[in-house]
Design a protein around this ligand. Structure first.
Ligand SMILES: Nc1ncnc2c1ncn2[C@@H]1O[C@H](COP(=O)(O)OP(=O)(O)OP(=O)(O)O)[C@@H](O)[C@H]1O
Ligand SMILES: N[C@@H](CCC(=O)N[C@@H](CS)C(=O)NCC(=O)O)C(=O)O
Length: 695
């Protein structure tokens, strides 16, 4: 039996992390710091984390990309996260969570234990799903194979005993060959070992599907939930933190499932079998020694491992500190040189390494303590049992074979038990990681369909704000009793000083938030009484900063209506007059979208504006550059949370004060600048319309 090969699954999670600045002093396997990418656990990394990485890339691309939407992308006005807000179909249980990424608010020992059990209970839904017979069959089969493997495993010492006993004769007087005396027993011994291994491997293969399906389901459930969460949740959270939480959580699931099925359950089963066999064959005293030893061994391991864990944390912290110093001085390499500070930097680096060294030595010495203690407990018990068995042989109640069998039965337990501490430590960490993951699922969605919500019945697309008051925080109202009506098919612009609430109006219209008081009506229907899906389907958005997916042009065009056919996608591109530009790219529609240049973007925006007009869609423009919207049917001027002025451009310039002064200021600024180019990129509009594949 090769312990490390067999328990490689456990050790795999503890391999040293691939830090560039891995300090030279290493223990056998320092645990990776929780804030860097973890090593692969027993199962391949779920694709989910890749999805999330893409999400992170998308976030970045917004600030750097120069391209603008090809189609009225449903979703955001400013942030890419807005794209995620979708129909809210079901509500989750209301749970008080301080910060899902920080885990449960109750950090007491009993609270943590409760949380751990709750997670294990949650896991049962995934490995024993009500609606999935296939998974249940697999789990049943894996358990059957587990029992089979252990039954065969405990046969091995029996055969060993029989071989020893059958050979314990005086061959010189009786004669015969080994094959004749013990041939079949030796064969059975080999077959039992092979059988146990084969059963175990088939079990692993059968269970792999269960574990992977569970990981996929949990990951998808969390992702789905994240997409349904309120905009506020995403605005106040760092994508990186979410990605890491999900990465670790899914690895935690993998570890918990595999360690349960491959380690904890088998060893519990084997200990019970061994105790049963010993009691049945040799009386209770052997079983009592085994049971007491196992309890002492487990208690010692858990206590020592808990105490050792802090050294690992110290090592990780010191490792991070060393990496920070090294990276910092290399990034500022020139400054280090200017000031002749190489020595100073090396001293700083060495200081951080010293911390790592000290912690690593503690890890190594405490490991030696743990291993020695475990061995002393185990070997003492084994010695005691050997003595009892030897006494039995002397008394004539046992054979030499019995002594060998007892030794081997108990000794076989030492292999999995040798990893108990590591399994315990990783299990605790995995449960914490999973708690964070599951807590994400408990964050409440505040905007959801009312019980009898109907689909929005779109007639012409009249938008009405009726005494709307709203604030992101109760102490700071953004809109105060705002009322206005946008007749169907009109082009209306909302203007006003920065931060006055222009984008907020669009967010309320999309129902990313609910109003504090008043109503928003589309064609006479309160938007809280219609399904969120139908509402958002009816609204198209041309965001001011375009979120682009790190994908092909085709993918991005199709994003506005994911079931559009290839022909429709091409027709849209033609209509938006980008088909020719796309045709020039070597990869055509499969080109990564950032290939579009600024000129194409600008012409796109102009085309979109043209189409909005031509189709008589109700459109709301949120504009900074007044030149883009001065031809609107109506201009709403927001200031200090109220509608300060309202009218056409001419009316406002002639009779207004706020708009007139904004206009005058911008006219002065725009002298000598290319206003057309700048303005087209600084407006965002939202229009109500039945969704069509056209831009
Ligand atoms: N999620 C949020 N949580 C808290 N406050 C917010 C949030 N979003 C916006 N605000 C605040 O609400 C006010 C209105 O924001 P909004 O984005 O609607 O303004 P705006 O008129 O569109 O601004 P700008 O012209 O600068 O784009 C601002 O003071 C802003 O800081
Ligand atoms: N016997 C100990 C150690 C087992 C062991 O060797 N574990 C491997 C990882 S699977 C290791 O390298 N551990 C290093 C450590 O615990 O510091 C236990 O029960 O935890």
């Amino acid at each position: 039996m090769q312990p490390l090969a067999r328990f490689g699954r456990i050790c795999a999670r503890q391999k040293p992390h691939a830090s560039l600045w891995m300090p030279p002093v290493q223990t056998r396997s320092p645990i990776p710091p929780r804030n860097t990418s973890l090593v692969a656990s027993s199962f391949p990394k779920p694709s989910f984390s890749n999805v999330f990485r893409r999400y992170a890339t998308t976030t970045n691309s917004t600030s750097t990309t120069t391209t603008k939407p090809i189609q009225g992308v449903k979703g955001a006005t400013k942030t890419p996260q807005v794209l995620q807000a979708e129909t809210v179909k079901k509500a989750s249980k209301p749970v008080t969570v301080v910060d899902p990424l920080l885990g449960s608010a109750d950090v007491s020992k009993s609270g943590q234990r409760k949380a751990d059990w709750a997670i294990l209970k949650d896991m049962i839904h995934y490995i024993w799903p009500k609606d999935n017979l296939g998974t249940k069959v697999r789990v049943g089969l894996a358990l059957g194979l587990l029992i089979g493997a252990k039954l065969l495993n405990v046969q091995v010492p029996f055969f060993f005993k029989s071989i020893v006993d059958s050979l314990n004769i005086d061959f010189s007087s009786v004669g015969g060959t080994a094959a004749a005396v013990a041939g079949s027993l030796i064969l059975a011994y080999g077959l039992a070992r092979i059988g146990a291994t084969i059963f175990q491997e088939i079990r692993n293969a059968v269970f792999a599907t269960v574990a992977q399906t569970a990981i996929r389901r949990v990951a998808c459930d969390v992702f789905n939930h994240l997409l349904r969460l309120d905009l506020n949740f995403h605005l106040t959270r760092q994508t990186g933190g979410l990605t890491r939480a999900i990465d670790r959580g899914t690895k935690g699931i993998s570890f918990v499932l595999t360690s349960m099925v491959f380690h904890i359950l088998p060893i519990l089963l084997e200990i019970s079998m061994v105790c049963g066999i010993l009691t049945y064959n040799y009386g209770a005293q052997f079983a009592v020694v085994t049971a007491v030893t196992m309890s002492a061994y487990t208690a010692f391991t858990i206590v020592t491992t808990s105490w050792r864990t802090k050294f690992r944390k110290q090592a990780n912290a010191a490792d991070n500190a060393a990496a920070t110093v090294a990276v910092d001085s290399l990034i500022n390499f020139e400054a280090v040189k200017y000031f002749n500070n190489e020595k100073f930097e090396v001293i700083r680096y060495d200081k951080a390494l010293k911390g790592y060294e000290a912690a690593s030595i503690k890890i190594a010495t405490s490991l030696a303590f743990l291993n020695s203690g475990q061995n002393i407990i185990f070997s003492s018990a084994l010695t005691a049992m050997m003595y009892l068995a030897a006494q039995g042989v002397v008394d004539g109640t046992m054979t030499v074979g019995d002594l060998v069998m007892i030794n081997q039965l108990v000794f076989q337990l030492s292999v999995p038990l040798n990893f108990l501490g590591s399994v315990y430590r990783e299990l605790r960490q995995s449960l914490l990681d999973m708690e964070t993951l599951f807590n994400l699922q408990k964050v409440n969605v505040s905007v959801k369909d009312s019980p009898n919500a109907k689909p929005l019945a779109l007639k012409g697309g009249e938008i009405k704000f009726e005494n709307v008051s709203f604030g992101y925080h109760p102490q700071r109202p953004i809109l105060k009793n705002v009322s206005f009506t946008i007749p169907a098919g009109n082009k209306v612009a909302v203007v006003g000083p920065s931060g006055c609430g222009k984008s907020t109006i669009l967010r309320l219209l999309f129902r990313y938030y609910d109003v504090d008081s008043g109503r928003i009506l589309i064609d006479g229907q309160d938007i809280r009484d219609v399904t969120v899906e139908s509402l958002r389907k009816a609204i198209g958005v041309v965001p001011q900063d375009t979120p682009l997916f790190n994908n092909t042009i085709e993918h991005n065009i199709r994003y506005g209506r994911t079931d559009a056919t290839d022909e429709e996608v091409r027709a849209v591109a033609k209509r938006a007059r980008i088909a020719d530009a796309i045709a020039k790219f070597p990869d055509g529609y499969q080109t990564k979208t950032s290939a579009l240049d600024t000129e194409t973007e600008n012409s796109l925006l102009q085309n979109i504006n043209g189409i909005l007009k031509e189709k008589r869609r109700t459109s709301v423009f949120v504009a900074h550059r007044l030149r883009t919207i001065f031809d609107s049917d109506q201009i709403i001027v927001l200031k200090d949370g109220v509608v300060a002025e309202q009218g056409t451009h001419q009316q406002l310039v002639d009779g207004g004060t706020v708009y007139a002064s904004m206009w005058a200021a911008q006219e002065v600024l725009s002298i000598g600048t290319d206003t057309d180019k700048a303005s087209s990129a600084s407006s965002s509009s939202s229009s109500t319309e039945p969704k069509t594949p056209s831009p």
